[in-house]
Design a protein around this ligand. Structure first.
Ligand SMILES: *[C@@H]1O[C@H](CO)[C@@H](O)[C@H](O)[C@H]1NC(C)=O
Length: 481
């Protein structure tokens, strides 16, 4: 009781400080620029809805109208429909994100007596994750889309409720249709978990090596002593073997009413997506030519670089252990290098925006490294290898294959089908993993916080001071993520 009181007070104070400090930056962003890159489409769209004109739709917008409708709901009745107020919806959403991060971390670490301070500081760092933090000050879809995805995750963690999963699942899909991938991941995780668990508690003969008659008492009794906290690939194989020979009967036996509710809700969300696909004819909305889907494997490697920058404290904390892991896996290193080299050689795709749009950091990375030297794409391979092992090192001790497998599949769909390299697209996949890293020490948590504050300071400084003049644009352009 006392410690939960402490937790709530800490959350309230942190959100208060976060809000007032961010409000200062928010006002400065407002003073500095009235149109930040994609806001060119989003703001007129938001204003139009806000003023009650729902017939206008800008075909350049590639997401479902969740952002514009939500901000209309909160702005139009009480406030003026201007840029400042529309953006403000995101700042408020980011405060809720902070609260949800804390709530989720508290749930994850619940059994470990983790200090409240450490939980709340991590939640604050996550809200300050630099690209996410920047987009919380402008009228972009990312912050609000994350809010609904976090609400969705929070109710999924609780594994109950008759309609909240359905509601938040659909809402997060409505903010950005690609969020459906993460709903599918939860669905896959849930099913795989049920399959593996049920295969172990109902006398799996591949597990015990003793053949049980199907009608024996033991084979119908639940023997939970065979359950583990984390499963491996082998456990999945054994489970599949078992279920295939028993026609999945055990799997159905283990499903209880709460599980059934969860599964049905997740399925309904996936169904709404199917309906959308059927009506829209494709996952892309609006500017279809600029967003043609292709296979683009190196996106996964760029995602590792994202981890390399924003997960730096975690990489350093495990540095020695990662090096040992690499030395113990020489054959895998060679195989991976070959695979990465093939992916880089045959599948590096350069979107015209990447070369032309000097308002994004990716442009500078491309022009000063990857695009500048012929060897650069190959020379980065050892970095990818190291980062992949480091990521694995940070995940392996507290993650189950029933999560890692659906996650990897969904990561592929979320990233590797996009031509354009956009740092924003890495946010949600990174946050999902970050919430699942091995519990960090207080030093790592502090380092992460300071690291993010420093990156934010530099990037906002660049945003406020560096001006880019485009001939065909009246307003000065600025550099963002
Ligand atoms: C936002 O910036 C605009 C343009 O500089 C200014 O007119 C307006 O007063 C600002 N809004 C607030 C609430 O500070």
């Amino acid at each position: 009781m006392k410690s939960s009181m402490q937790y709530y007070i800490l959350v309230i104070i942190t959100v208060g400080i976060y809000f007032f400090a961010s409000k200062l930056i928010f006002d400065k962003v407002n003073e500095t620029s009235q149109v930040v890159v994609d806001e060119l489409f989003h703001i007129p769209q938001g204003k139009s809805f806000c003023e009650g004109n729902f017939s206008y739709w800008d075909p350049k917008i590639t997401t479902l109208p969740g952002l514009h409708l939500t901000s209309t709901l909160f702005v139009s009745y009480f406030f003026a429909c201007n840029t400042y107020n529309l953006r403000f919806v995101n700042l408020v959403a980011s405060c809720f994100n902070l609260i949800l991060f804390a709530s989720i971390l508290k749930f994850i670490y619940g059994n470990y007596n983790e200090s409240q301070f450490k939980i709340v500081l991590q939640a604050l760092s996550l809200a300050l994750l630099p690209p996410l933090y920047f987009f919380s000050h402008v009228y972009y879809t990312d912050t609000l889309s994350l809010l609904f995805l976090l609400l969705f995750s929070r109710v999924c963690f609780a594994n109950k409720g008759k309609w909240l999963i359905l509601l938040f699942g659909n809402l997060s899909f409505g903010m950005r249709q690609t969020n459906i991938v993460w709903v599918a991941m939860v669905f896959g995780h849930k099913l795989l978990d049920l399959l593996v668990r049920s295969s172990r508690v109902y006398g799996n003969r591949y597990l015990t090596k003793t053949l049980l008659s199907k009608r024996s008492l033991i084979s119908n009794d639940i023997d939970s002593s065979k359950l583990k906290r984390y499963y491996t690939v082998m456990d999945v194989v054994v489970a599949l073997k078992f279920h295939l020979t028993t026609c999945f009967r055990a799997a159905f036996k283990l499903v209880q009413l709460p599980d059934l509710y969860v599964i049905l809700q997740l399925k309904s969300v996936l169904l709404s997506f199917m309906l959308f696909l059927y009506v829209n004819g494709s996952i892309v909305i609006g500017d279809k030519k600029a967003h043609v889907a292709t296979i683009h494997i190196p996106q996964l490697l760029y995602f590792l670089l994202f981890y390399g920058v924003f997960g730096l404290p975690y990489i350093l904390a495990k540095f020695i252990s990662t090096v040992k892991l690499i030395l113990n896996n020489k054959l895998n290193v060679i195989l991976l290098s070959a695979v990465f080299a093939i992916a880089v050689h045959y599948n590096t795709i350069v979107h015209p925006y990447l070369l032309a749009d000097n308002r994004h950091y990716t442009f500078y990375v491309w022009n000063r490294w990857f695009g500048k030297h012929d060897f650069a794409t190959y020379a980065t391979i050892p970095v990818y290898i190291f980062l992949l092992f480091s990521l694995y090192d940070n995940l392996k001790d507290q993650n189950c294959i029933t999560f890692l497998l659906p996650y990897t599949v969904c990561l592929f769909f979320a990233l590797a089908l996009q031509r354009l390299v956009e740092i924003r697209y890495f946010l949600i996949p990174y946050i999902i993993l970050r919430l699942r890293f091995v519990r960090p020490s207080v030093y790592v948590v502090l380092l992460e916080f300071l690291w993010y504050v420093a990156i934010n300071a530099v990037t906002f400084y660049i945003f406020f001071t560096k001006e880019i003049k485009w001939d065909d644009f009246g307003e000065v352009q600025r550099i963002i993520w």
